[in-house]
Ligand binder design. Structure first.
Ligand code: HEM
Ligand code: HEM
Length: 244
């Protein structure tokens, strides 16, 4: 496998090895947190009181890993396009801007982890989300605009923004006695869970559609609209039958 193929595999491998197991644990702790909260007024619950803080700790890791994996997924096609077209010779400012956006997005996420007052959380959540969105609309990213409803890109973008919002609203969930923020959190994250399932499905589909680098020149000759490839058997060298 060439270095190019290995770099392409980093994103799906990290998603499968790190992000999806984390989603499983976060979901488990979320269900236990809710069950415990609903059981507690009517008597003693068997569920450990630590489930809420475990959900929060792992949720914080989940936000970081989802943003990280999304940025990695975007960096590969954007970087490939820049290298392929030698963009820095024709549009040097665009290349600097893209680098700046990657750094600003990561910096804003770090500051979001540290922010406490609501306005800083809103500003850094906004900046992180904006960074991911702006990077998503750069040249080279395969967005599947004509089939947006089954697009790995759009599902990933929305799921990433929902994780950023979850991190930004933690303090509000704890402070709010009316439970409105808690309900908003549940609603948004049920949607995020569905989108994560979608990411699993659309990601494996996309992986199947991307050829290894040595196969690419051959597959480039195929007609992807009509789903046909040149007849390979007609191009094979004619081998004369052995003389007996
Ligand atoms: C797959 C994504 C997630 C789902 C499905 C989810 C779902 C839930 C559910 C069902 C609850 C319990 C609500 C109740 O008590 O009725 C909860 C609580 C909470 N979630 Fe999440 N959540 C997710 C991700 C996150 C993330 C990423 C964070 C933060 C970074 C987070 C922070 C919290 C906090 C602070 C609570 C309150 C915990 C407590 O009561 O001690 N969640 N979540
Ligand atoms: C948390 C889950 C995930 C998120 C947030 C995510 C996000 C993204 C984003 C934003 C992109 C760039 C846009 C695009 O090309 O569609 C991308 C690309 C990609 N993702 Fe994911 N992804 C996730 C999981 C997965 C999984 C589980 C797989 C496969 C097993 C996968 C395979 C791919 C592939 C093959 C690409 C294309 C890279 C390219 O265009 O060169 N992703 N992902």
């Amino acid at each position: 496998m060439s270095l190019d193929d290995v770099i392409l595999l980093l994103h799906p491998a990290l998603a499968v090895v790190v992000v999806f197991p984390l989603i499983g644990i976060v979901l488990n702790r979320a269900i236990l947190t809710r069950r415990r909260r609903l059981q507690t007024p009517s008597g003693k619950s068997q569920i450990a009181p630590t489930v809420g803080s475990e959900h929060l700790q792992l949720g914080r890791w989940l936000t970081g890993s989802v943003v990280g994996v999304a940025l990695l997924g975007l960096a590969y096609p954007i970087g490939s396009k820049i290298l392929e077209t030698k963009r820095w010779t024709t549009h040097p400012f665009q290349v600097v801007f893209i680098l700046f956006m990657f750094l600003t997005t990561i910096g804003s996420l770090i500051l979001l982890y540290r922010a406490r007052p609501w306005y800083w959380r809103a500003i850094f959540a906004g900046l992180t989300s904006l960074g991911v969105i702006v990077l998503g609309f750069q040249d080279g990213v395969f967005r599947r605009d004509n089939e947006w409803f089954v697009s790995h890109f759009y599902y990933g973008l929305v799921a990433t923004v929902l994780m950023i919002l979850s991190l930004a609203m933690v303090q509000d969930i704890y402070r709010d006695r009316t439970q409105v923020w808690r309900r908003i959190h549940i609603l948004l994250n049920c949607l995020a869970t569905l989108l994560f399932f979608g990411q699993g499905l659309t990601g494996t589909r996309d992986l199947l559609e991307i050829p290894l680098s040595w196969q690419k020149p051959h597959l480039d000759r195929c007609d992807f609209v009509n789903q046909t490839c040149p007849n390979v058997s007609s191009q094979l060298p004619v081998v004369s039958p052995p003389l007996v």
